[in-house]
Design a protein around this ligand. Structure first.
Ligand SMILES: [Mg+2]
Length: 336
């Protein structure tokens, strides 16, 4: 499938007269010289959103949200090499990709560059949503500006979490990032020491190794609940965080995006762990990326797909098949 034309008008901010865009090169979907895609798949000229791209030609529009560790990134070595082709296709098609992870804001700033990602992201298991300012035409209420993004917070501060955990250390056995230096975090996660420094820059959640029994864990979680906190299980750690999960910011972003583009997009969510369940259950299509720990149970979703392979290879296969089904051109037809 080839898409040959983008019908759009633009207004050059330097001139008072709107002028039509020239058609793109025949047979190639592409942007016009001087134009680029922003993180939401809108063609941008000098920072102004001009026209939806290929994504807007497929109805309903798609929105993809994905977990990182064990899903888009390999559980052991954090590689996403096997998913690079699918990532480039998503980017070229202008489909918004929302990253939804237990990682910190500092980690995401570094990782998004490597992934070539310029869209929105949620950090620390749904504790804060970041949306690049050029992604939305309106300023979201209650959001604060952080660098080049709007930030909307759902979690509680790291200091408040550590204050609740401090007296519980007398009664329960656990260790967490607050106890470890970057070298130890690198050892237990497999991250480089440089990446471990970014992982330690926590703002809203504390990853723990639980060293006590299951009964003790239930009593621990009850104490947290009374303090307005909860736990969620990731691929490596038990995370202590505020009363939020990976679906809260996702619902909000979907609302903003729907208001901006005038329709509710079809949501594809990809994840591998228990901390992804709320995100996966919010989706129209839930993709369970196979992992060694097994896949969580998902109910009340129109369609659930379980990949045959783990990590980025399984992620890429599922994404490519879903894009094929939706009628997006394949990589060979897109100049990326
Ligand atoms: Mg995961």
């Amino acid at each position: 499938m080839r898409i040959n034309s983008v019908h759009a008008k633009c207004h050059d901010p330097g001139s008072r007269t709107p002028r039509p865009l020239k058609p793109p090169e025949p047979g190639v979907f592409g942007l016009f010289p001087g134009y680029e895609l922003n993180g939401m798949g809108f063609a941008v000229y000098r920072g102004r959103a001009l026209a939806a791209t290929m994504e807007s030609m497929v109805s309903p529009r798609l929105l993809i949200v994905t977990d990182l560790d064990g899903t888009l990134l390999d559980h052991d070595n954090y590689s996403f090499t096997a998913a690079q082709g699918a990532l480039a296709r998503i980017r070229a098609c202008g489909i918004p990709l929302l990253l939804n992870t237990s990682k910190t804001h500092a980690e995401l700033l570094a990782l998004r560059g490597a992934l070539g990602h310029s869209g929105p992201f949620l950090v620390e298991n749904g504790s804060a949503l970041y949306v690049p300012v050029d992604c939305l035409t309106t300023v979201p209420a209650d959001a604060s500006r952080v660098g080049t993004c709007w930030r909307y917070e759902f979690g509680v501060s790291y200091d408040a979490i550590l204050a609740v955990l401090a007296p519980l250390r007398q009664r329960f056995r656990f260790e967490g990032f607050a106890d470890w230096d970057a070298r130890e975090i690198a050892r237990v996660t497999g991250l480089s020491q440089q990446a471990a420094v970014l992982a330690k820059a926590r703002e809203y959640s504390e990853p723990l190794h639980w060293l006590d029994g299951m009964d003790a864990r239930q009593a621990f979680e009850q104490e947290l609940s009374e303090a307005g906190l909860r736990t969620t299980r990731g691929g490596r750690f038990l995370h202590v965080l505020g009363n939020t999960d990976k679906s809260a910011g996702l619902h909000l972003f979907r609302q903003w995006y729907s208001a901006d583009c005038g329709e509710t997009p079809r949501l594809i969510a990809l994840g591998d762990g228990a901390n992804d369940v709320e995100m996966l259950q919010a989706a129209d299509i839930a993709v369970l990326v196979r992992s060694r720990a097994g896949v969580p149970r998902i109910d009340h979703v129109d369609r659930v797909i379980t990949t045959d392979t783990a990590g980025p290879a399984g992620w890429a296969t599922a994404v490519e098949e879903l894009l094929n089904e939706s009628g997006f051109p394949d990589s060979a037809d897109i100049r990326m």
